[in-house]
Structure formats: structure tokens, C-alpha cells
Design a binder for this molecule. Structure first.
Ligand code: FNR
Length: 342
């Protein structure tokens, strides 16, 4: 099967059968405060990732590119939404455009439609330093995401089977590229052991890409008869993974993604220590069902709701929200006890 056909199938499956709803954020509860002493109009949702200043903590996470007109169209619409709302946006893996320069247009359209915006390049951990530099130059990226997707590769019969040397390549990329490097998972979460290894290799920002939203095992298994169903329930829920990362390496910046679907999820993820929050599957579904205008309105609604939630807990800014006390219940609580994180 061609790479571009696979990409289009991923998009179809991601919107329906490839979604789950169990990020662990349902186990997090804010503690009501009756005297928040705050005026909603003074609440700021500005945040930062590394040296990048952001007007809000929410960004559109990596999805597509390199699948001809269809993915070019999706990227153009996503970039217009990001431009209207001054949101950062990541492009999908650029390996297709590194191997075939004819594929560049579907990525470069993002810079064209979001000329002054924060844009992330994206490659897998098989990338070399030269490929990383090319992907950054291709879209004048402000940061680069390096994705780790072992389970997705294993579930695909044509996927990679050799995962050696990834950490060493990431270390070299961190030393060589001129922009911040974000190492990300794609929906299986990062453990404290993984985060420690990345931190020791020089990584300063991780997107923990937790279990609980888009599920690439289900997406791949649903595309074929011979399956590895046992991976469908494999992964570290987003809530657990944020805490594992922050607890292990307090100095590492954490981006929370994986099953983020509303303002309450965003507020909870930040209260666990995240600086920023990415959404992929939910935005793709909105784009499909209600178009770019509807998606823009929904995201504007989320910005407003985030301010309302911050007012309720008395958080004037993202820094305050990161320090807001929460209750951790249920499976997430059990998980943290088992992992000796408290
Ligand atoms: C993705 N994701 C992804 N990630 C990445 O680093 N490079 C990529 O090329 C892609 N491609 C891709 C395609 C589609 C259709 C989807 C839905 C997702 C993963 C994405 O960035 C994110 O990590 C996961 O989807 C988890 O977040 P959500 O979807 O639960 O918000």
C-alpha cells in the first residue's frame, strides 16, 4: 500500500473506530474554593514552550501532510484555523517530503497560511541530523517534534522492527538544530524511565502523548484482518504520564496530549504540571463534521471556558493553574501508588 493511501486511511479511522475516551483525566478533580478573590477579566491564558511565547496553551498537534491534494487541503484548513486563533500548529511527519520533494507543498501550505505563527516540524526517531535540519528549513519551523511510535510500527506489517539507536540520534539532533526539540509519543504515553533517558540525553521538552484519545493500535488493527489486538489496551494514560514526567524530572517542560477534548481536560492537564496542551483527533473530527468555521468557534469556546475554570479555582495565569491543588482518584491514583509516585 502506498504511503499516501495509508495516510488517508489513518485519517478516516482516527475519526471513528480509532478513538477511545479514557485519558485518566476523569480521575482528577479540582477542589472548590469559595473565595477565589479574582476578576475573570484579569485571567491570562498566555503560556510558553521553551523559549516560545504563546498567547494560549493550546495547539493543533501533528497529523498530516504528504498525501497529495487531500492532506494539503486538511493542512491548509488547519493552518487557517491556527492563524485566526494565533495557535501553534504541528505538521505531520515530513519524511514523505524529505524522500520526495514533490510532496513538500502539503507541508509548506501551513507556513503560507500561518505566516507569523508558531509551527512545529515533525519527524520520527529514525531521522538523521540532516533530515531534521531539512524539515525545519522546509517550513521555517519554530521547533521540531521527534515522534516515538514503537507500537504503531509493530502493529503495521510493513512497519519498522529495528528500534535501536533512537536515543543517540535524538541526542545528536538536540545538539545540532537551531530550534527547540520536542520529543513526543503518539498516544501510548511516556513512562518516568523514558523521560529520564530523554532528559539525560539533553531533551528539555516532552509531549507525553498519552493513552486515552486517538489509539493507533486500534487504527492499524481496524485496517486489516490479521491483527495485534492486545496492543489496543496498551499504554500509559495521559494523566498518569504527565505526573510521571513532572515527578521524575521537575525541570523538563511537559506538553500534555492524548485524549484532550474540552476545556476541563485542558485545565486538569495544566494543573498536573503541563505548560501546553495539544489536540489532534478531536480537531480532525470537528473539521470533518462542522468545517473550519465551526472548529474555530469551538476552539474559541474552549479558550473562554478555560478562563472561566481558572476564575473558579482562583488561577490568574497558567503558572497559578499549574500549582492548583487537585484530588487524584481511581485508577490514576492506584497507578501512581504502584509506581511509587506520590
Ligand atoms: C497523528 N499523530 C501523529 N503524530 C506525529 O508525531 N506525526 C504524525 O505524522 C502523526 N500523524 C497522525 C495522523 C492522524 C490522523 C492523527 C489523528 C494523529 C498523533 C497525534 O499528533 C497525537 O499524538 C495523537 O493523536 C494523540 O492525540 P489525540 O488525537 O488523542 O488528541
Amino acid at each position: 500500500m502506498s504511503r499516501s493511501k495509508r495516510k488517508l486511511e489513518h485519517i478516516d479511522h482516527a475519526m471513528e473506530t480509532g478513538q477511545i475516551d479514557s485519558s485518566g483525566l476523569e480521575d482528577i478533580r479540582f477542589i472548590h474554593q469559595s473565595l477565589p478573590d479574582i476578576n475573570l477579566k484579569d485571567v491570562s491564558i498566555a503560556s510558553s514552550i521553551g523559549e516560545l511565547q504563546l498567547s494560549s496553551p493550546i495547539f493543533i498537534n501533528a497529523m498530516t501532510g504528504g498525501g497529495g491534494k487531500a492532506t494539503e487541503n486538511i493542512n491548509a484548513q488547519l493552518a487557517e484555523i491556527a492563524n485566526t486563533l494565533s495557535m501553534p500548529m504541528a505538521v505531520g511527519s515530513q519524511m514523505a517530503a524529505i524522500k520526495d520533494t514533490n510532496e513538500r507543498r502539503s507541508y509548506q501550505i501551513v507556513r503560507e497560511k500561518h505566516p507569523k505563527g508558531v509551527i512545529f516540524a515533525n519527524l520520527g526517531s529514525e531521522a538523521t541530523v540532516e533530515q531534521a535540519k531539512t524539515s525545519i528549513e522546509m517550513i521555517e519551523a519554530d521547533a521540531i517534534q521527534i515522534h516515538l511510535n514503537v507500537i504503531q510500527e509493530l502493529v503495521m506489517p510493513e512497519g519498522d522492527r529495528d528500534f535501536t539507536g533512537a536515543l543517540q540520534r535524538i541526542e545528536k539532533i538536540c545538539e545540532a538544530v537551531p530550534v527547540p526539540v520536542i520529543v513526543k509519543e503518539v498516544g501510548f504515553g511516556m513512562s518516568k524511565e523514558t523521560v529520564r533517558k530523554l532528559y539525560e540525553a539533553g531533551v528539555k521538552i516532552v509531549d507525553i502523548g498519552g493513552f486515552g484519545g486517538t489509539n493507533f493500535s486500534k487504527i492499524e488493527n481496524n485496517r486489516r484482518l490479521e491483527t495485534y489486538q492486545f496492543f489496543n489496551d496498551w499504554g500509559i494514560p495521559t494523566a498518569v504520564s504527565i505526573i510521571e514526567a513532572k515527578y521524575t524530572e521537575p525541570d523538563i517542560q511537559v506538553i500534555a496530549t492524548g485524549g484532550i477534548k474540552n476545556a476541563l481536560h485542558i485545565a486538569k492537564a495544566i494543573s498536573l504540571g503541563a505548560n501546553a496542551v495539544g489536540m489532534a483527533g478531536k480537531i480532525l473530527k470537528w473539521l470533518h463534521e462542522i468545517g473550519a468555521d465551526g472548529t474555530t468557534k469551538n476552539l474559541q469556546g474552549i479558550f473562554n471556558e478555560l478562563r472561566v475554570i481558572m476564575t473558579a479555582v482562583g488561577a490568574r495565569n497558567i503558572n497559578d493553574l499549574q500549582r492548583t491543588p487537585v484530588l487524584i482518584q481511581g485508577t490514576t491514583n492506584n497507578w501512581l501508588k504502584e509506581r511509587q509516585i506520590s
